[in-house]
Design a protein around this ligand. Sequence first.
Ligand SMILES: [Zn+2]
Length: 202
Amino acid sequence: MSSLGLGIWDQCIDLALEAYNAGSMGIAAVIVDAKGDVVAVGRNQLRDGLVSCNSIKMTSIAHAEINAINNIPWEKQKDWELMLYTTVEPCPMCMGAIAMSRIRRVVVGSADPYAGSVRLLEKDDYLKQKGISVEFAQGKVEEICFVLHYLSLRRRLKPEHPIFRSLQERYPAYVKKMDDLLSSSFLSGREIGRAQLMEVAG
Ligand SMILES: [Zn+2]
């Protein structure tokens, strides 16, 4: 598969695409060490039983970050310099798992203003003293991650679900673009190809 030239994000996006095309949420996470070497990967596997990188699948906790943390090899479990890349802002469960691991740096592809829990890092005293820093990606990475998240949600939820209002407020231009595409036949297929994803988020 060709590289997008987006570094670690390339691997995240490939895995998120695999998740989406398998019928799960198009979300993935990659954990690297201080040298930038990949230590563990994981993807959302809520709704597919495929053999992938995950041991947790088809349960309500089969989220990308949980699977990635679960895949950290024993010899790396005590490394304080691990950094987690995730295509979508972690939910409260995943942020809890990050806090209980030794990961203290998180890089987020696109925000989840509905279920995302970065705000808890400031609001909750226990989480606050963990000293977890979070950065949000921008530009092409943000849009690609948003597209996979949005398409996953549109596939599963009714349009009146409150998450769509939150996303509309946070990402009005991206939402308009996707809604226009969804009303055309451009994304009518069940699966989305990498080239098609690049075109959508171009
Ligand atoms: Zn989660």
